[in-house]
Design a protein around this ligand. Sequence first.
Ligand code: NAP
Length: 283
Amino acid sequence: MEKQPLILDGNRVADRIKERLKTRIGRLAERGIVPCLATILVGDHPSSATYVKMKGNACRRLGMESTAVHLPQSTATEELIAKIRELNENPQVHGILLQHPVPPQIDERAAFDAIDIGKDVDGVTTLGFARNAFGFAHYPSCTPAAILAMLDDYRIPIEGRHAVVVGRSPILGKPVSAMLLNRNATVTVCHSRTTGLADLVRLADIVVAAVGKPKFVQGEWIKPGAVVMDAGYNEGNVGDVDYEACARNASAITPVPGGVGPVTIATLLKHTVEAAERAVSAD
Ligand code: NAP
């Protein structure tokens, strides 16, 4: 009989993170503080609208506040930055999340960098990214942090192992590579110009898929016993790895849905609570 891999249950990990947050939210409430996440959605990208809604709902379910800013598709960079500055100045807002991607006329880097570092709960500013790369960020990007939280929760060793990350985006592939490196993994980062991708993935003890292409990572690329972390989320609830085929070789694998996604949201809530705690202690 075929050996089944361990299925890394993101809902379980997320529930544990949220359970631990309840006490901290209660302590803040005693001081009249409700942690508040502001989400900004520009345009009408359907899946982005869903993500933003899910994040707002998750805040409210845990007794946190969420304020949703929805700007039209035609928004200019300056208009978006003006809105971000308003949220920076608002003491009731502790975290700011600008949903990626933004419409093409917007300078996304300038918009991300307009977020106050104290409210950069998704590690998207240049300074937040750099601090993460140096290993002392308050708030690393949420999806990379979620991937590490899952490995840690399941006590999957990182040090000394070869991690192959497929994707190098500033919100996912690059920061997760830096975080794995900081935890003493040996890291190979692959991208669209990588040659011999399948052979590189075959060397991995830990594979992180962050490509944005459904079922991209093939089962025969997975070394027997490797751990497969699928950060992808594509239409039809499909990840970036071919789950059934990869599961045949993997020792552990994240499903989609129910893997990295729920832990990403729980991490965002955690960072927002931490930002509220820091704002209180700075008063
Ligand atoms: P992205 O910005 O589009 O980046 C995709 C990366 O994949 C790029 O670095 C690109 O390389 C690389 N790539 C594309 N085609 C490739 C190929 N044929 N071979 C090797 N590499 C290739 O995407 P992203 O924002 O990082 O998101 C990646 C995935 O994660 C998506 O499925 C997204 O929905 C998901 N996501 C999930 C969460 C969550 O909470 N679970 C959060 C954020 C994103 P180049 O740099 O060379 O173009």
